[in-house]
Unconditional design. Structure first.
Ligand SMILES: [Zn+2]
Ligand SMILES: [Zn+2]
Length: 257
């Protein structure tokens, strides 16, 4: 048994034995499945992945538009072929992300990973299984500041070896079967200013050339990040993947701003 497998097993046992209560409502978690996701079933049901009409470029829900949302009509096309977003960054959705990032409810990573996996059902099965996940790399120094890399934690939960181990596998816990795809950590972010205070144009300029490929990129990539705002970080990553030889790149974000 490798060290990694041991630490995954320990983490799983800990999650089952010492659940901290539901991340959203605080109710005691009743079984392995609830503990695995960090959410009671009632709260899990509050976060479905809906199938409303979506913008074909950024993935945000369309209101009265067709095909492309208004912001996407007004800017240059992204370097990715299409975007998927799960939840708005407001209300209960935002609470969920805050609980994950700052509230010590790291098991929510299992829930997010499962919902992200459900995106794959939008592709024909043979196409879905040809993708690899590519995490958006964190800003240098960010991990030191926050103490942990949420994106990489999520990436680990998407990896096949994680979903196959430990013995009480999440396949038993989660009956929805989505293909488990390899995770390719092929991108690196060079230092740049934090994007928060910048507008769309400045964000784009700030990211220019700041993402590099550090190893071979997958031919078909599902780039993922926690939040999409203007899309300039995902766009810079997609551009780097294309330059590295990727043929298809889709961008998946948990939340949209
Ligand atoms: Zn709950
Ligand atoms: Zn759009």
């Amino acid at each position: 048994m490798g060290m990694r497998r041991i630490s995954q097993t320990l983490a799983f046992i800990q999650e089952c034995l010492f659940p901290g209560g539901c991340a959203l409502c605080g109710q005691t978690l009743l079984d392995g499945e609830e503990a695995w996701y960090g959410l009671c079933r009632r709260c899990q049901a509050l976060f479905p992945v809906d199938r409303e009409p979506r913008c074909s470029s950024c993935g945000r829900p369309l209101i009265s538009e067709q095909g492309l949302c208004l912001p996407c009509r007004e800017r240059e096309p992204f370097h990715f072929d299409g975007g998927f977003v799960l939840y708005p960054y407001t209300g209960k959705y935002r609470e969920l992300l805050k609980a994950y990032k700052f509230g010590n409810f790291r098991t929510l990573g299992n829930f997010f990973a499962r919902r992200m996996g459900e995106i794959l059902s939008r592709f024909p099965p043979e196409e879905a299984s040809s993708f690899q996940w590519v995490p958006v790399p964190p800003r240098p120094g960010k991990i030191r500041k926050t103490g942990w890399d949420q994106a990489d934690y999520l990436a680990k939960r998407l990896e096949p070896q994680y979903t196959r181990t430990p013995a009480r596998s999440p396949q038993r816990v989660s009956p929805v079967s989505t293909p488990c795809l390899p995770v390719c950590r092929c991108l690196k972010r060079l230092s740049s200013k934090t994007q928060k205070a910048l507008n769309r144009e400045d964000r784009k300029r700030n990211m220019k050339g700041r993402i590099i490929c550090v190893k071979a990129v997958p031919r078909r990539a599902l780039l993922f990040d926690d939040v999409i705002t203007t899309g300039s970080t995902l766009d810079a990553c997609a551009e780097a993947l294309r330059e590295g030889g990727a043929e298809k790149v889709y961008a998946v974000s948990l939340f949209y701003d």
